[in-house]
Design a protein around this ligand. Structure first.
Ligand SMILES: C[S@@+](CC[C@H](N)C(=O)[O-])C[C@H]1O[C@@H](n2cnc3c(N)ncnc32)[C@H](O)[C@@H]1O
Length: 457
């Protein structure tokens, strides 16, 4: 595609759009109809009926010692490490509430410790959490156990203890190695320290390391992207998440600490992605789904090749389990019928757990239409393809999607047939826009002017 055309398209489609780690997206959950008792009953039903399919566990560990100003995640900044044990006891209390409705020793296919910064917690306290949790479950032989780490606060002991407990995947926060970018996002992180984490992890037997990078950060230039990706080549992570910077200052006030004029504009931002992508492809990485890359021997690449890559609140995964149980403040859980989210603030979460052993504050039960549209949005986000012929009669929106999709076909972003679409190479930057055609909530008139999502590019 000619550059001029691409620039025009990037401007046209650079509108607030969800990243579709769920459908319906959280702002459109119908909270009025959510009943925590019905939620529990639903978890119990699926846990028993689909016990053989296993569970994914996500544990949110929200603390960080220092505020990275670009960060859009749910976190609590503190240097007080006394918060660790009470928080972990609440997480275990919550898990025991779930255990009462799960089959005995439930079968678990995935555990992910996310944050915040899980390695804010001492190695002993992480051991305390897992030594209490692991004996209550059966781990599948191919279970994936992974943890997010910030190199500045991660020690050899952290990695050694987690490895001993069965963890074999790391996700290392990097974002950018350019000192000017690191300074403005308040995240000074040396290459040497990051390299040390990779060396320790490999020596300990971690089989897959993911690196988180972000494009579109303030002061980022083609030179900083080139510099960062050259350093990445020396580390050779198996996976790379090359996230589009989500500017959501109404949600993350720290993003107001830098000047919006320091943020690259849509076309510049996309050029940063394309430069990064081209360099990664030259280094032998494969592009997967939205903003993700992997080496050929990594399981995520193999899952993508086999059409089995999945997407949920944890991002792209190789596992698809009917039950995702999220423990900790702000965590989201999911069954085939419903979503539920825990209280977001640490204090409220801990109070609720102390009072009743659970801290669900909102959720959504999926209608038949939600489930069908969810399937098509997942197909597009994970396989870049979907076919809605079999569902046409069920969902009125599906009769209108062809008209809405024509603009993407005209621009060469999809190959559109009567009731199916295939995203083209040129269409990859617009995956979220294409998926959003199947989002019944986004197009409902009354929702159109709310600042809910970051822009697409
Ligand atoms: C919750 S953070 C945990 C990482 C870990 N605490 C660390 O700092 O290394 C997970 C990842 O989300 C991504 N992220 C956070 N805020 C973002 C934003 N505003 N836009 C895009 N990606 C973001 C970053 O790549 C980050 O590494």
């Amino acid at each position: 595609m000619k550059n001029k055309n691409l620039t025009a398209l990037l401007e046209k489609y650079d509108v607030p759009t969800p990243r579709y780690t769920s459908y319906p997206t959280v702002p459109f959950w119908n909270e009025a109809t959510f009943d925590p008792q019905a939620w529990k009953a639903n978890v119990q039903k699926h846990a028993h009926e689909l016990a053989h399919e296993g569970i994914s566990l996500y544990i949110h560990l929200p603390f960080c010692e220092q505020l990275c100003t670009y960060c859009g995640c749910n976190k609590r900044i503190t240097k007080n490490h006394q918060v660790e044990l009470p928080y972990l006891k609440s997480v275990l209390h919550e898990w025991h509430t779930y255990l009462a409705i799960l089959p005995s020793k439930p079968w678990v296919k995935e555990i992910h410790l996310g944050g915040g910064t899980p390695t804010f917690f001492s190695p002993e306290n992480l051991h305390f959490l897992l030594a209490n949790l692991l004996p209550t479950i059966q781990l599948a032989s191919d279970a994936e156990l992974s943890v997010e780490v910030h190199p500045n606060v991660t020690t050899y002991e952290h990695l050694a203890i987690l490895r001993k407990l069965g963890f074999h995947r790391l996700s290392v926060g990097i974002q950018d190695f350019d000192p000017a970018v690191q300074y403005i996002i308040n995240r000074i992180q040396s290459f040497e320290k990051t390299k040390q984490i990779f060396e320790w992890a490999r020596a300990l037997g971690y089989v897959s390391i993911n690196a988180d990078l972000v494009f579109g950060l303030p002061l980022q230039t083609s030179e900083s992207i080139r510099f960062t990706i050259e350093k990445i080549q020396l580390l050779r992570p198996e996976r790379i998440a090359f996230y589009s910077y989500a500017h959501v200052p109404w949600k993350s006030a720290s993003q107001r600490r830098y000047n919006e004029n320091d943020l690259p504009k849509a076309a510049e931002k996309r050029a940063l992605y394309e430069l990064g992508r081209d360099l990664l492809l030259q280094q032998g990485y494969h592009e997967l789904g939205l903003d993700h890359f992997a080496l050929a021997h990594d399981r995520l690449f193999q899952a993508a090749q086999a059409g089995k890559m999945h997407r949920n609140f944890m991002g792209y995964t190789t596992q698809r389990t009917p039950l995702l149980i999220g423990l900790g403040a702000s965590s989201i859980s999911q069954t085939p019928d419903a979503f539920a989210q825990n209280e977001k603030t640490v204090e409220t979460y801990q109070e609720q757990i102390a009072q009743k052993g659970e801290a669900t504050c909102k959720g959504h039960f999926l209608s038949k239409e939600d489930k069908i549209l969810q399937k098509h949005i997942l197909n597009i986000m994970c396989q870049a393809y979907t076919d809605w012929k079999a569902d046409l009669a069920e969902v009125p929106l599906l009769q209108k999607v062809h008209i809405r999709l024509r603009q993407f076909a005209t621009h060469g972003l999809i190959e559109l047939r009567d009731t199916s679409l295939q995203v083209t190479e040129a269409g990859k930057p617009f995956l979220r826009n294409i998926a959003s055609v199947f989002d019944a909530y986004l197009f409902a008139k009354e929702n159109s002017n709310l600042p809910l999502f970051s822009k697409t590019i």
